[in-house]
Design a protein around this ligand. Structure first.
Ligand code: EPS
Length: 387
């Protein structure tokens, strides 16, 4: 059984939809938990005026009855409150008045390649779908995947490690409990000094009409060894996770475990030696691999970082070209966020949740959540998994 997550919707259209397929029947869903993830995605110092308009909440229009999944596709909707300000410009149907086209592609956005590829003359026909507003739908679907994983003992968390030039100290082993207060930091960073410096950096660069990128980290706890597979490239979980996280708007790189750092180490210091004792079974004292070896989980926590470029919509725009006249022009200037790294961490949790949920579905099958639990218990017993 494979899972599938599909989103539809434009940034200023009527709303966003997520259809999630492959969730077993009998899973208890909590509407507040889905809404809590949607609200967490709206957080973060550096968001723009749009977040004062939206109050993202989920409407479930399929696949769930009385708080339990039915085994069919789950349809989730998030309304765009801002649509009321864009009804004429974004109506799905023809309108009476003239709607001016946008002809000024932003460097770093999908605008130019998108208009060329799809044969469009209005940049808005590309930017509306390319916008990171779409991630609200991913987070809604990811929250369902997260509920499925939670039923199997898996928890996913994220935090911010870097915003522009400010770095928080990287930590080695962490527990789920250490993330308890992460959303109370205005930049979702676990280090107080770094939080203060990040907020100051955002304020300073925003005043200078700049946008900011950074690095977030996602960790998943409670995974069994052997999710994913070494046998073919498509089944390698590291590849699937990297694809899912790099697909988040503005994310340019993913590191698993010590990712880029291991490149500079001798082999003797780059791996996690294997030990065995009766109480713990197989175990490691380090986790440089970030919980993945040979495209499979090792049973240690998954550790993954994503690097985000500074957002390409700038209040002091870069040089571009008018696609109607080919004359030099300044890129489109729109209301925007200056920094969304804290939100990107929440979106990455959702994408990681989806990929891990899919890996559990692939490995354990089952039509009802109890079938999945039974298959998982039999496997844990076969491999004598002790954690
Ligand atoms: C975005 C531009 C901004 C962001 C938006 C992503 O929207 P607007 O153009 O309406 O000001 O706020 O993100 C969201 C709406 C969201 O929910 O995250 C962009 O160009 O990608």
């Amino acid at each position: 059984m494979a899972m599938k997550l599909t989103t539809a919707g434009e940034s200023h259209g009527p709303g966003l939809t997520c259809v999630l397929e492959g969730v077993p029947a009998g899973l208890v869903l909590d509407r507040e938990a889905i809404d809590a993830d949607l609200a967490r995605r709206q957080l973060g110092h550096g968001r723009g005026g749009r977040m004062k308009i939206e109050r993202d909440r989920v409407e479930v229009t399929g696949g769930v009855r009385h708080g339990r999944t039915l085994g069919g596709p789950i349809a989730l909707q998030v309304t765009n409150r801002d649509y009321s300000n864009w009804e004429e410009r974004m109506s799905p149907w023809p309108v009476e008045g003239e709607v001016a086209e946008v002809h000024l592609p932003r460097p770093g956005h999908a605008d130019l390649a998108g208009t060329m590829k799809y044969g469009l003359t209005d940049v808005r026909d590309v930017l509306e779908r390319a916008s990171a507003r779409e991630t609200a739908a991913r987070v809604a679907g990811g929250a369902v995947a997260r509920s499925f994983l939670r039923a199997l003992g898996v928890e996913i968390r994220s935090h911010v490690l870097q915003i522009a030039s400010v770095n928080a100290p990287r930590r080695d082993a962490m527990t789920v409990e250490e993330f308890a207060d992460v959303d109370s930091s205005p930049v979702r960073c676990l280090d107080e000094d770094a939080t203060r410096a990040m907020v100051a950096e955002i304020d300073a660069l925003r005043r200078a009409n700049e946008s900011l990128g950074g690095v977030f980290e996602v960790r998943a706890f409670g995974l069994l060894p052997g999710l994913g597979s070494h046998v073919s490239w498509e089944e390698r979980l590291d590849g699937r996770l990297a694809q899912a996280v790099v697909s988040i708007q503005a994310v340019k790189a993913v590191a698993i475990g010590d990712g880029f750092e291991v490149a500079g180490l001798p082999g003797s210091q780059a791996h996690d030696e294997i030990f065995f004792d009766e109480r713990r079974g197989y175990h490691r004292l380090t986790n440089r691999a970030g919980g993945l070896e040979g495209g499979m989980t090792t049973g240690d926590p998954l550790v993954l970082r994503g690097s985000m470029k500074p957002l390409p919509t700038l209040t002091k725009p870069l040089r571009s070209v008018d696609i109607a006249t080919h004359e030099p022009a300044q890129a489109l200037r729109e209301r925007t966020d200056s920094c969304t790294v804290p939100a990107a961490g929440v979106v990455a949790e959702a994408m990681v949740a989806f990929v891990l949920a899919d890996a559990y579905r692939a490995k354990f099958g089952g039509d009802h959540i109890d079938d999945v639990r039974a298959a998982l218990a039999a496997y844990a017993n076969r491999i004598a998994w002790r954690r």
